[in-house]
Structures are given as structure tokens and as C-alpha cells.
Design a binder for this molecule. Sequence first.
Ligand SMILES: [Zn+2]
Length: 243
Amino acid sequence: MDWQRQFYSENACLDYLKMQRWPDGFICPKCGHRQAYQIHTRELYECCQCHKQTSVTSDTLFHGTHIPLSKWFTAIYFIGSDKGGISALRLKKLIEVNWRTARLILKKLRIAMGHRDRLYWLSGNIELDDCLVGGKQKGKRGRGAAGKTPIIVAVETQGERAGYIAMQAVNRISHQSVEQFVQAHILPNQYVRSDGLRALTIIDKTQHHEARVTPKENRRRIEKQIPMRLLNIAIFHSPMNSC
Ligand SMILES: [Zn+2]
């Protein structure tokens, strides 16, 4: 209800975006000048110096959109408030657009969420591991099983609690993919614990790394503990698999 009260109209949404984009007043994206004429009829700002016309939404997620911002904002609310995410079919009904539009909105929002996540680096005590997604299949189990996508996962540990989580789908678990993951998601010189997999030894290069071999009797128990919801997020947030 608070959300609806705050973003009840196009102008309310535009005002909010304006506050986010230009908290200290207008800045021309071309020349950096701080004064503009406002063309109210088209929601445009014309720079007083270089005369470039720009809008609050240009070069943002909403660039050139014909969908009302209030519908975008409602979509953001639903995607952010539901643990399991939201389908295009359900969004279509909620904001009264066609299925293609709903799918496009979700796609853009997911990419934006991926970009935001990439701005965050994990720090402190971190547990790092790899896992596979792809459902139950016959044949080889664990690493080397066919038709599965390997995922690298890192979690900040704060005592018994988990902090931020970084996940990424990779082609295979190798020195190269682990190194890229660590560079992209973990600040240098943090305390990282992992199992003794050889590909993970590359973590030593930039982190205080402790590799521990998981006792055999504990392996099955750990496999069972990975909640499906986390695995869904892995695909969802993976920069390499961004839709
Ligand atoms: Zn300008």
C-alpha cells in the first residue's frame, strides 16, 4: 500500500527518478552544464549551453519506453517482493500488458539487477564452493556429470548467519573461471575457505585462502542442504547467462 501511495501517478514516478538521477539538480549528459529549460509538454530538459534535449529516463532502463512508468514501478515491486520471482504470464495480468511486453520488462529488470549485483564485492569471512544445476539425470553423478551447468558460489559468513551471496554459472570449474569469479566478486585479501579442489588453489593468489577437504560422510548431507531457491537465483543472477 505504501508503494502504491508513493508511486500513484506518472508524475510521482518521474519525480522519484529525477531525485535519483539528479539529486543536486540537472546535469547535462553531453556538456555537464547545470541549467536547462524544461519543456513540460514532452517531459524534456534542454541544456542552456549546448541545447541537447534529454529526459529523466534517457539512457536508463526506461529509455524510449512507451509503457507508463507506473506499470514499470509496479513490476519492480512484484519482482522485488516475491522470493521466487514472477512469471511473464502473471505480470501480464497484474499490470495489464500483453505477454511479450511483460517478458521484455522482466528481461530488462533482471539485467539491471545483475548489473547492480556486480557493483558489490564480498568481504570478511567467505565460504566458496561449486555446485551443479540441471535436475536429476541418469549417469555419472557430481563433477563431470553430463548436461549440468557448473555454478561457483561464494557466501559471506557472519557467525551462524549468511551475508551477501555471489553466484555465477561458468563453462567449467577451472583456474581461469575461479580466478575471474574471485576478481569480479571478492575484494582482495579476504579470508576465503573452500574445499580442496585443485581449481580452487588459484584463490591463494589474491586471498587468505584455507582449503579444507570435506570428510566423505558429510558430502551427501551438504548436497541435500542446497535449497532449490538458491539454485534458481544462480541462473537468474548469472552475468554470463543474462537473458
Ligand atoms: Zn549541455
